[in-house]
Design a protein around this ligand. Sequence first.
Ligand SMILES: Nc1ncnc2c1ncn2[C@@H]1O[C@H](COP(=O)(O)OP(=O)(O)OP(=O)(O)O)[C@@H](O)[C@H]1O
Ligand SMILES: [Mg+2]
Length: 405
Amino acid sequence: MRELLGSETLGNFSDALDHALRQQASRLHAPDTRKSDKGLRRFTIREMADIAFRMNYNTLRHHLKTIDGLPEGVMEPGNRRTFSLEEIHEVQRALYDAGKLPIEMFPGKIDGEETTKLLIYNLKGGVSKTSTAVNLSQFLALRGFKVLLVDLDPQASCSDLFDIQADLDNIPSIYDVLRYDEQSGDEGRVPIADAIQATYFPNIDIIPGSISLTEFEYETASAAAKGIPFYSRISDALSLVEDAYDVVIFDTPPHMSFCVIAALYASNSMLIPLSAGMLDVVSLVKFLDLASSTLESIEGVDPDKRFDFVRILLTRYSPSDPAQLQLSSFLRNTLGNSMLNTDFLSSTAIADAGNTMNPLLEVDPSSFTRKTYDRILESLHGIAREIEREIMVGRGRLQTNEEAA
Ligand SMILES: Nc1ncnc2c1ncn2[C@@H]1O[C@H](COP(=O)(O)OP(=O)(O)OP(=O)(O)O)[C@@H](O)[C@H]1O
Ligand SMILES: [Mg+2]
């Protein structure tokens, strides 16, 4: 007769894997191999011109030669000058001071402009939510935006990609900020500022996720029974620190939860990644229905609740696949401007990140063919440019496309 399997079996699997992962993590993250120790790679003048400043390469070279006191970078073998991201931002500040960059591109908030709080939202699993959150924050950070990532997924992949593991490192996670301690006089709850971790990537801080986020769900249910509201749980905490950031990005789990609803309440913009398959589109219909009724209930609490922008991003897209090409034009015909113009292409450079833990800006471009690297770079850069444009429209520095027409 077959042995009956139950909780003990799953518990044993978990123990064995947990043990092995901890061993592997301590090898992977031995002191000299942690990303925070290794730091971020350096960037070329070409990358600085194209991505960070969006300025003509020769113009930038000219400024680097003629403006006094700019960092000089380091001359690498092959006569290539490279700069750290901190140096790039120093050059950028000097160029703004000298009037060489247009003010509508200045990433920092000016005079009471609002922080963009962007929810990456789709309840379907594996549609590139985390890949979008991580790569978008890195492109924005490279441009000079100060970004706070909030990892609301108990699986915490986004935190893993930044080499920050609340559970392993014994540091507070977003759960410790959100947990209910009203009865015990707030003891145990962690002030949000104490849960923010700097990452090895300049301009990106993160509040890590952790498996304990699942407890927030149980606790919310019993707190709600006592009349303690949960909608404003994230926005109340965030209001204490958001002024220090230009953009807050929420990475969400692939399931409906109180935590996701609280993030919806806290956000003022939304990006919905949709992977390029017919079944994904069918489930998007159901998701949008559910999201719409969730928002309706939020509007019941806060009738003024509005989003600056809601855009859909086609992900894992292969234009060489005729079925996907057809799907893309079907979506654009149906949804028009709600779709971002740039698609998140399917790419081995992104799939690899899951194994090597390196988002695109961290990989050595020479580890892929030039064409592979340039295609995905242009895709992610295009997405970041469009989101940046939305941010600037939200700040009132640019007109919407409709206004401009
Ligand atoms: N554009 C892409 N090209 C190739 N692989 C991709 C792409 N985007 C994501 N992937 C891979 O697909 C997997 C799922 O992606 P990701 O974790 O970003 O999705 P997710 O929506 O956050 O998933 P979950 O719902 O589990 O949180 C990962 O292994 C990732 O490396
Ligand atoms: Mg994810």
